[in-house]
Design a protein around this ligand. Structure first.
Ligand SMILES: *Cc1c(COP(=O)(O)O)cnc(C)c1O
Length: 395
């Protein structure tokens, strides 16, 4: 039976405790499980059929979360982590060895950008930062030893898109894998695996959990790829998700399709409001016809999600004003929560700490999307009139 998205969000992956019949999933906090005398002690000899052994290897509450998100993403399976960065760093450690080359989006989540500026190159892994919205630039950056192409779409914080299907074809032409951080899109908008990606990553801290109360991360993909990721890397690096957080995120996921609809509806109205506001110089939102890649957005995103960026004159002073004056919207980092959040990102500061461009074209692309700096507004689920009134009085 092929089920609808909202039905899957509620039921997929969940199994009632056979002893109690409880309808909602249990939180199994036990770190260890009573097992057979012949159970292997090393994960090297892990028997998939042996049942639960130790929570770092696998746990029934975490498994329900992995299976629910796999159902939503139409992935064969998934491995959850203690944070989005836990998921990303495990995947990089798993796929890359000294002497390998990887192509990484020149604008992506700050911690991933910084990790691939310093720590990963120090392991003698060559990284090329490319504007992956430019497929010719991705093609041109390929090398015989390219093992991985890593993209984020829409990317944080620019909301610039990458054509997943086109980049998958380019990566596969040299036998490289494509990993897509789909945190901003969520499976409601885009299913990268169906477009040719090999791995999908989510920071579950954002839309998946949706309530700003649990860190988590996940990697999704094929059974073969993820069995190896779990056994060789995840269990040994140890960034294990807490079963309690898994339960919170599992509960959040149940309403993901419903929430994404309201995030999008609210964001469309706020983007239109900002676009006509005299103080606002530019608004970037994938659902606006003015987005430089609106055609790709319509082709690749079934939902435009809830994040907007906008530019004003004297952004730094405006940030001070908004932080003081906003009454409903929290001036805070992070995104994808039911509460609206806003944060100012200054371009010059980010060029020093995080984003390193090697061509004028890359810098021009940044300037097109972000100018001297942007407000990143994560539109929440409050009544949209209240959010608009809050922005109006603060701007
Ligand atoms: C937040 C975020 C991450 C990192 O997730 P954490 O859970 O904070 O470790 C990775 N990618 C994107 C796009 C994010 O927004």
């Amino acid at each position: 039976m092929s089920l609808g998205e909202q039905t899957k969000a509620i039921h997929a992956g969940e199994f009632p405790n056979p002893a109690t019949g409880a309808s909602a999933p249990d939180i199994v906090m036990s770190t260890t499980f009573i097992t057979r005398a012949n159970t292997a002690f090393s994960v090297e000899n892990m028997d998939e059929g042996a049942g639960w052994i130790y929570t770092r290897w696998g746990n029934p509450t975490i498994r329900q979360l992995e299976e629910k998100l796999a159902a939503l993403e139409e992935a064969e399976t998934a491995v959850a982590f203690s944070s989005g960065m836990g998921a990303i760093s495990a995947l990089l450690f798993h796929l890359l060895r000294a002497g390998d080359h990887a192509i990484v989006s020149d604008v992506a989540y700050a911690a991933l950008s910084e990790l691939t500026n310093e720590l990963i190159p120090a392991l003698n892994i060559e990284i090329t930062k490319v504007d992956t919205s430019d497929t010719e630039a991705v093609q041109a950056a390929l090398q015989a030893n390219t093992r991985l192409v890593y993209i984020e779409t829409p990317c944080n914080p620019l909301l610039r898109l990458t054509d997943i299907a086109a980049v998958a074809e380019i990566a596969h032409s040299v036998g490289a894998r494509l990993a897509v951080d789909s945190t901003f899109a969520t499976p409601v908008a885009t299913k990268p695996l169906l477009l040719g990606a090999d791995f999908v990553i989510h920071s579950l801290t954002k839309y998946a959990g949706g309530h700003g109360d649990a860190l988590g991360g996940i990697v999704l993909g094929s059974k073969a790829n993820l069995a190896s990721l779990r056994k060789k890397t995840a269990i040994r690096l140890g960034g294990t998700l807490s079963p309690f957080n898994a339960w919170l995120i599992l509960r959040g996921l149940a309403t993901l399709p419903l929430r994404m609809r309201v995030h999008q509806d609210n964001a469309l109205k706020i983007a239109a409001f900002l676009e006509q506001h005299p103080q606002v110089k530019k608004v970037i939102y994938p659902g606006l016809p003015s987005h430089p890649q609106y055609d790709l957005a319509r082709r690749q995103m079934k939902n435009f999600s809830g994040i907007i960026s906008f530019q004003v004159e004297n952004g730094k002073e405006a940030a001070q004003r908004l932080a003081e004056k906003l009454k409903i919207i929290h001036y805070a980092v992070s995104l994808g929560h039911h509460r609206s959040l806003i944060f100012y990102l200054n371009s010059k500061e980010l060029f020093e700490t995080t984003f390193k461009f090697s061509t004028q074209k890359q810098l021009d692309s940044w300037n097109t999307f972000a100018g001297e700096g942007i407000f990143r507004l994560s539109v929440g689920l409050e009544n949209v009139e209240d959010l608009i009134a809050d922005l109006e009085q603060a701007l």
